[in-house]
Design a protein. Structure first.
Length: 116
């Protein structure tokens, strides 16, 4: 049991495919929870088993946080204790952003969801 995180692209017909999957990436979760709160006005915990749409602007802001290593350290019972942003994790996050931007540029939408 723990934090599972997903990103998917969805076309205009509702067809979707997974872009990325993370396990217990609590710093990314904290960033997404903040975005969820800004976009919906709902508490961060309400993101669990829901999704938030990511725009190109959101992804640019996320990229800045990843590059500058300023993702928020986030704790939660199911989130794990590793708050490091090591090279491998950073590369995977940047690859996700690149694929998500491609999806948006091709006319699809991108969504982040989590389950814990």
């Amino acid at each position: 049991m723990g934090l599972d995180q997903y990103a998917e692209r969805r076309d205009s017909n509702g067809e979707s495919c997974e872009i990325s999957y993370w396990r217990k990436h609590n710093a990314l979760q904290g960033w997404m929870e903040s975005l969820w709160n800004i976009k919906t006005g709902k508490p961060a915990n309400d993101l669990n088993c829901n999704e938030v749409e990511l725009t190109a602007e959101d992804l640019e802001q996320l990229k800045k946080c990843i590059v500058n290593e300023t993702l928020p350290k986030t704790q939660g019972f199911f989130f794990g204790s590793d708050t490091s942003q090591d090279k491998t994790r950073k590369e995977k996050d940047l690859q996700f952003i690149s694929e998500a931007m491609d999806a948006i540029n091709e006319g699809d939408k991108v969504f982040y969801s989590c389950w814990w």
